[in-house]
Write a protein that binds this ligand. Structure first.
Ligand code: ZN
Length: 160
């Protein structure tokens, strides 16, 4: 059903695909709600995507940049949380629980921000190298899969 007829790398459409990515594509068959639990049932198809070594390297390098940024933001959030807790406790007599909640909250908030920025960096790095990014939501927009996406399939794993 997912027929990749080309042997060319689908991320640059120029070079020969010398390696393969194992990819999965999902199709929701049933969603149900009973009480407060939601359930989702879906079909999965596995297939292989041809990729060249240059695109693969670009994906890997961009991914490392993405993770680094997310991590940097996480650490910044925790440090800012500790600083804010010190401020609250020593100057405003706040509860020592601030040492728990502030870094937790700061870490979570900045992780969300770091993930958004990291994803943008990933996309930008790929774009600069003329390599199509390998992320589920973007694979859904790849012209090669337009037909199958139209039929309700997605590279994103469905969640309940
Ligand atoms: Zn390529």
């Amino acid at each position: 059903m997912i027929d990749i007829t080309t042997s060319k790398c689908i991320f640059c459409s120029k070079r020969e695909g010398t390696e393969m990515y194992d990819a999965k594509i999902f199709h929701v068959t049933k969603r149900s709600t009973s009480g407060s639990t939601r359930q989702v049932a879906y079909e999965v198809k596995e297939f292989e995507i041809p990729i060249c070594s240059i695109c693969k390297e670009t994906h890997k390098a961009s991914e490392i940049k993405q993770v680094k940024i997310a991590f940097k933001y996480l650490i910044t959030g925790i440090i800012a949380g500790i600083a804010a807790a010190c401020f609250a406790i020593f100057l405003h007599d706040a509860s020592y629980w601030c040492f728990f909640w502030f870094p937790l909250l700061g870490g979570m908030l900045l992780t969300i921000l770091g993930n958004i920025l990291g994803l943008n960096i990933y996309k930008e790095e790929c774009r600069n190298s003329n390599v199509y990014p390998y992320k589920p939501e973007l694979m859904n927009k790849h012209p090669l899969f337009a037909e199958i996406i139209k039929k309700g399939w997605s590279f994103k794993q469905p969640s309940a």
